[in-house]
Design a protein around this ligand. Sequence first.
Ligand code: NAP
Length: 449
Amino acid sequence: MLHVAVVGSGPSGVYTAQSLITQDRMPQVRVDVLDRLPCPYGLVRYGVAPDHEKIKSLQNNLRTVLEDPRVRFLGAVEIGPQGVPAQELLRLYDAVVYCVGAAADRHLAVPGENLPGSWSATEFVSWYSAHPDAGQNGFVHGARSAVVIGVGNVAVDVARILARGADELRGTDMPGPALAALAESRVQDVHMVGRRGPSQAKFTTKELRELGSLPDAEIVLDPAELALDPAWADPAALPAVNRRNIEAMRTWAGRPSQGRARRIHLRFFLRPVELLAAGGRVGAVRFERTAPDGHGGVAGTGTYEDIDAQLVLRSVGYRGVPLDGLPFDEGPGTVPHRAGRVLREGAVSPGEYVAGWIKRGPTGVIGTNRPCAKETVTSLLEDAPDLVRHEASTDPLDALRAAGVRPVEWTGWRAIEQAEAALGASLGRGPVKIADWEGLLAAARGEAG
Ligand code: NAP
């Protein structure tokens, strides 16, 4: 019997569990999927935008894995000095696979970055996704113009949520306070700004095109700005995704206004250099115009442009966070590994593995985690003969409980789902997420409503 702990129940964690139970090399396997939160699914629940119902429905596939009799979900279990130390986990299980993602934001490192009104995009995403650690409610309050810095898929998500009317979002599971705040929003202009050219934007074409199909918003794109990109004239040599992005943008460039309520301005070749204050909060972002340097990067040109913004969302990528007790590579923000085996000072650390963003950095779509998890599990199974140390009869959960850990198990999670359905029904909506720790834990104990 091989007892494996998977830390993190997002896609990489669940795909790791799935790989472990669908192989034939080691039929006697039990997997505990632990999560700091009482709810499973990681960024599928707390990152995928609420209006992306199709991607959200991936939860159904993940659920099948977590409901397999060989797999157990153990929520509200923190690994680290505040909870179960990593070394203790390794003592209880034959192997531990860390699938903890990349929980922090990258910084811009420009003056004014932390002015009131300037947020990381992930703070905004956490708020409208009802993450229990998300605090505040005033993102759009008093804002007419918003700047989103970065042109990746997260930037597209937050720009789209700002550009949608609350009526378009009522059918989602967005929590009531976020929906009410967005209903009050007076944001009319959303500027999504890339420091490089349109052919180098990181968003994918489906997500980009969706911006052009919002009922109450239109895209504003200046053909002169696009013409700065050498690839704009002949995109044929570009990778397919960049070529398709350019094709989509061509259809919008220079189009006359359709008089919609909100505008999404796609801007390029502008590097943020400072956030400017007005009345004690952010009032504008100063950008330096850039030009291609011929090597895929850009260089400053010494000309500047200020864009009005009472709300700034910095969407410049995620970053891994060091986990106490595990080695960490500050450069890429990942755990050093060889084919998923954790490396300590260059040597394999027996029984410790990584998968997902903490292994390869915050890139790729959800499906990218599948082969990533498979590689790690292949390594783990190769090592398995040296790993199995525990009696089949010893259950690590007993030891965790003895140490005072009170996990939210699958029945607790199902109770949360039922409470969210009941909350939604009471509001005349579909399921609505519970947004605070107390509410989630009460629901898990069957005390909701
Ligand atoms: P991302 O794709 O890496 O995009 C980050 C953006 O920030 C890039 O445009 C980058 O420009 C820019 N940037 C970085 N540092 C900057 C700086 N100092 N100043 C100005 N701009 C800067 O990251 P992401 O949008 O956070 O997405 C993370 C991952 O999640 C991606 O793999 C994404 O596809 C995925 N995701 C997918 C979906 C979906 O499929 N619907 C939704 C959300 C997220 P440079 O290119 O010049 O560095």
